[in-house]
Ligand binder design. Structure first.
Ligand SMILES: [Zn+2]
Ligand SMILES: [Zn+2]
Length: 107
């Protein structure tokens, strides 16, 4: 996963913890590279915990969990996208089309 700011690719550190930071942006997991962490107010662009305001969030399986306080919330925007992708009114159109077919078949 590249840096969400500059698109830099993550390289595995030789040892120790990765200097990259994880965050959540619009309910999607993102990574911030070390240079963007110092150059930008990177956390301002990310989602924040509703309970404690921390940007240290992780996103998984439709949930966003705060690594600071453990607060968990649903990743609502993901489910919104799912609802939007099933075109509203489609079933109505299908029902009307079926109705027309059935009526013409009876004639
Ligand atoms: Zn970056
Ligand atoms: Zn929190």
């Amino acid at each position: 996963m590249p840096c969400f700011k500059c698109g830099a690719r993550q390289t595995d550190p030789a040892r120790g913890a990765s200097p990259w930071r994880r965050g959540v942006l619009r309910d999607h997991q993102v990574l911030v590279c070390p240079s963007c962490q110092v150059v930008h107010d990177w956390a301002a662009d990310l989602d924040h915990c509703a309970a404690c305001g921390s940007p240290a969030l992780i996103c998984r399986l439709g949930e966003v969990e705060c690594r600071d306080c453990g607060h968990v919330r649903d990743a609502e925007r993901d489910s919104d996208e799912l609802v939007a992708s099933t075109a509203p009114g489609l079933s109505e159109d299908v029902a009307q089309a079926l109705d027309r077919v059935l009526k013409s078949a009876r004639r």
